[in-house]
Design a protein around this ligand. Structure first.
Ligand code: NDP
Length: 293
C-alpha cells in the first residue's frame, strides 16, 4: 500500500482564502479589520522565521499585523506592560507571544496575562479549561490544523482509536482533547509509555508530536492508519546541507499507512492558517458578529 498524501500546503491555502474572504466582508459590512499582534523576545532564529511568516500571511489575508521585537534581556515587567497595552487596544483582536521565551521570563505568567478573548494560541489557562470541558474556547493552532485535516480525510472520527505521541501543553494534550471531543478513543503516549510500538500499532490515527527525528518507523503503523506528523526537525543531509524531517520515518510509514502528512508541507502550513482563522474568530466574537464556519 502507498499512503495518500494529505497535502497540508494546499489545504492551508484554502483556509487562508476563506479567511481573506471573511476579512473582506468584515471590512465592507462592519468597517472592521482584524488585527494580530505578535511579540517576539530575543533572537532565536527559528522563532524569527515563524514570526516573519506569520506577519506576511496576516497582511496577505487583509488583516492588520503588528510585530513587537524585544531585546533578549527584556524584563518581565516590560513584557507584561506591553501585553496590557495590547489587551486594551481595540484594534488588536489576537495576541501571540512567540515561545519559547528566554529562561528569565515565566512563560505561564506571561501567557496568562493575555486577555483570554485575544489568546489566539489558546494557551491561556481559561482556554485550556474551556477546551477540556467542551466549551467554546480559543483552540491551539497546531492541533486545530491536525483536526481539520483528519476531519477532511475521514469525515467522522467517531469511534476511531487515536494515539497521540507527546503530552506537551501546546500540541499533545490539546490534540488529545480535540480527538476526544470528536469521539475518538484516545491514548496519550509519552517518554515513560511502556511498549510504545504496540500502543501505536492499535491506532487508526497516529499523531506524532515528539521532537525526535524520524522516531516512528513503518512497522509501528497499523496498515491503513492515518499518520499526522507534527514534528519539525532539522537534520544533517548530504553535501554539508541540512533538511527538515518529521517525527515519523516518512518512507517506511507511507508504505503502510492509508494516509500521511509530509514534512514539510503537512501540519506546518496549517498552523499559521489556523492562527489567522482564530484571529478572525476573536474579532467576530469581540464585536458580537457571527463567527466563520
Ligand atoms: P515537547 O518537547 O514539549 O514535547 C515532546 C513530547 O514527546 C513530550 O511529552 C515527551 O514526553 C515526548 N517524548 C519524548 N521522547 C519520547 C519518546 N522516546 N517516546 C515517546 N514520547 C517521547 O515538544 P512539542 O510538543 O512542543 O513539539 C513536538 C514536535 O512538534 C517538535 O518536533 C516541534 O518542533 C513540533 N512542532 C511543530 C509545530 C508545527 O507547526 N508543525 C508546532 C509546534 C511544535 P515527556 O512528557 O514524558 O517528556
Amino acid at each position: 500500500m502507498t499512503a495518500q498524501i494529505i497535502d497540508g500546503k494546499a489545504f492551508a491555502a484554502t483556509v487562508r482564502a476563506k479567511v481573506a474572504t471573511h476579512v473582506a466582508r468584515l471590512k465592507e459590512e462592519n468597517n472592521l479589520t482584524p488585527g494580530l499582534a505578535v511579540v517576539l523576545v530575543g533572537e532565536d532564529p527559528a522563532s524569527q522565521v515563524y514570526v516573519r511568516s506569520k506577519g506576511k500571511q496576516t497582511i496577505e489575508a487583509g488583516m492588520k499585523s503588528v510585530e513587537h521585537r524585544l531585546d533578549p534581556d527584556t524584563t518581565e515587567d516590560a513584557l507584561l506592560t506591553l501585553i496590557k497595552q495590547l489587551n486594551d487596544d481595540a484594534t488588536i483582536h489576537g495576541i501571540l507571544v512567540q515561545l519559547p521565551l528566554p529562561a528569565h521570563l515565566d512563560e505561564d505568567l506571561v501567557i496568562n496575562a493575555i486577555d483570554p478573548a485575544k489568546d489566539v494560541d489558546g494557551f491561556h489557562i481559561s482556554n485550556v479549561g474551556l477546551l477540556g470541558t467542551g466549551q467554546k474556547s480559543m483552540v491551539p493552532c497546531t492541533p486545530l490544523g491536525c483536526l481539520m485535516m483528519l476531519r477532511d480525510h475521514h469525515g467522522s472520527l467517531s469511534g476511531l482509536d487515536a494515539v497521540v505521541i507527546g503530552r506537551s501543553n501546546i500540541v499533545g494534550k490539546p490534540m488529545a482533547q480535540l480527538l476526544l471531543g470528536d469521539s475518538c478513543t484516545v491514548t496519550i503516549a509519552h517518554s515513560r509509555t511502556k511498549d510504545l510500538p504496540d500502543v501505536v500499532r492499535r491506532a487508526d490515527i497516529v499523531v506524532a508530536a515528539v521532537g525526535r527525528p524520524q522516531m516512528v518507523p513503518g512497522d509501528w503503523i497499523k496498515p491503513g492508519a492515518t499518520v499526522i506528523d507534527v514534528g519539525i526537525n532539522r537534520i544533517d543531509a548530504e553535501g554539508g546541507k541540512t533538511r527538515l524531517v518529521g517525527d515519523v520515518d516518512y518512507e517506511s510509514c507511507a508504505a503502510v499507512a492509508g494516509a500521511i502528512t509530509p514534512v514539510p508541507g503537512g501540519v506546518g502550513p496549517m498552523t499559521i492558517a489556523c492562527l489567522l482563522a482564530n484571529t478572525v474568530t476573536a474579532c467576530c466574537r469581540a464585536n458580537g458578529l457571527a463567527e466563520p464556519k
